[in-house]
Design a protein around this ligand. Structure first.
Ligand SMILES: [Zn+2]
Length: 119
C-alpha cells in the first residue's frame, strides 16, 4: 500500500534547526569609547605624493641651456592639465632652468602653442 502524496503542496513545514535569537545581535557592550580620529599634532599632513626628486634638474642633465619654446612636447609635462605651471619644486628643476622654462612656456602660450591657465 502506498499512499499518494499530493506533490503540489508548497510550504511543507521543514523542521530545520531553529535559530535562537542570538543575544550578540544587540549593541555591543563597551565598544569603542569615542574612537580618536587621526588628528594628532603631526603638523604636515600626509597623503600626497612626494615631489619627484632629481639630483640634477632635467635641463641641466641634458645640458639644455636655452629652452626652446617651440618644443611643446618638452614643455608640456611642466604644465598641469589646466595649463597651470608647475613649480620647480614639483618638477625638480633648478631655479635657473625653472626660470628659463617659465619664460619658454610663457612664450609658447603667447603663440598659443600651449594652453593658458584655466583661471
Ligand atoms: Zn637646471
Amino acid at each position: 500500500m502506498s499512499t499518494i502524496h499530493p506533490s503540489g503542496s508548497s510550504g511543507a513545514p521543514r523542521p530545520m534547526g531553529a535559530r535562537p535569537g542570538g543575544p550578540h545581535s544587540g549593541p555591543r557592550p563597551g565598544g569603542r569609547p569615542g574612537a580618536p580620529s587621526a588628528g594628532g599634532p603631526g603638523g604636515f599632513r600626509r597623503g600626497g605624493r612626494p615631489p619627484i626628486r632629481r639630483k640634477v634638474c632635467r635641463f641641466c642633465a641634458e645640458k639644455i641651456r636655452e629652452i626652446d619654446y617651440k618644443a611643446v612636447p618638452l614643455l608640456r609635462p611642466f604644465l598641469t592639465a589646466r595649463g597651470k605651471l608647475l613649480s620647480g619644486r614639483i618638477t625638480g628643476n633648478c631655479a635657473k632652468c625653472q626660470r628659463n622654462l617659465t619664460q619658454a612656456i610663457k612664450r609658447a602660450q603667447t603663440l598659443s602653442l600651449l594652453p593658458y591657465t584655466g583661471d
